[in-house]
Design a protein around this ligand. Structure first.
Ligand SMILES: Nc1ncnc2c1ncn2[C@@H]1O[C@H](COP(=O)(O)OP(=O)(O)OP(=O)(O)O)[C@@H](O)[C@H]1O
Ligand SMILES: [Mg+2]
Length: 227
């Protein structure tokens, strides 16, 4: 499904050059659940943002189902993101002024292919799936951290994405809420979604089928979990 070839990402500011990704080769098959680990600053978020096409590599190729994404203009990339990707972040990133159901509906904002009735049903189903339907009319600040993250997951999955990118999705949660979020992600993977997740938690990484370790912008280990 995904193939990164010799991906590099350099940042230049005030004459200082930082190499966030030095030389990344990565294949992800459809249906995989991959965990990415490594010390702070090693390039995990940059890699995830590159996979999500919100960050453009300085060099290298990104092939999705054999198509070179680097060749696509921004508009086509935005369409690709809306149709294919679901993002989950450490800090939830819900919009404070919108209710939970309005936030979840944002996950469909760029999909014009759906009738209003169908959109409402999908939003309700996504909230149901993560157990926050009873908070639909509440605002984010009225929810616990775990509930907010589940709302963010509902927003990520409401459009039925093939690929879910999660950057430390349990980083701001206590153990119980973190486990609930991991159960949801494992369930989505079992239902067919491909997941790439950054985590600092070895036990959460163990739920993934494959674990990748990064250091200084490189992948230094990649291991399948025995089942
Ligand atoms: N916009 C930017 N401008 C300059 N340097 C950046 C920028 N974004 C990231 N970097 C640098 O790129 C490197 C990789 O950052 P990245 O956010 O990918 O690390 P990370 O592995 O996700 O770390 P953490 O575990 O702390 O989230 C770091 O050295 C960082 O300082
Ligand atoms: Mg990060």
């Amino acid at each position: 499904m995904i193939r990164l070839e010799h991906i590099q990402r350099r940042y230049v500011s005030d004459e200082v050059e930082t190499t966030a990704l030095a030389d990344i080769d990565l294949h992800v098959e459809a249906g995989e659940f991959v965990a990415i680990m490594g010390p702070s600053g090693c390039g995990k978020s940059t890699l995830l943002n590159t996979l999500g096409t919100v960050d453009r590599p300085s060099a290298g190729r990104y092939l999705l189902d054999g198509d070179d994404l680097a060749a696509l203009p921004e508009k086509a990339l935005a369409r690709f993101r809306a149709a294919t990707l679901g993002f989950v972040f450490q800090s939830f990133n819900l919009i404070d002024e919108l209710t939970i159901e309005e936030n979840v509906a944002l996950g469909l904002a760029y999909r014009r292919d759906r009738a209003t009735r169908d959109r409402r049903d999908r939003v309700a189903a996504a909230m149901d799936q993560v157990g926050i339907a009873h908070r639909a009319r509440h605002f984010p600040h009225q929810l616990s951290g775990g509930q907010q993250q589940r709302a963010a997951i509902a927003r990520a999955i409401v459009g039925d994405p093939r690929l879910i990118l999660a950057d430390e999705p349990t980083g701001n949660l206590d153990t119980a809420n973190g486990e609930q979020v991991m159960d949801i992600l494992a369930g989505l993977n079992a239902a067919g979604a491909t997941i790439v997740m950054v985590t600092h938690s070895p036990s959460h990484a163990d739920l993934a089928r494959r674990r990748i370790d990064m250091l200084d912008g490189r992948i230094v280990a990649s291991a399948m979990r025995a089942i």
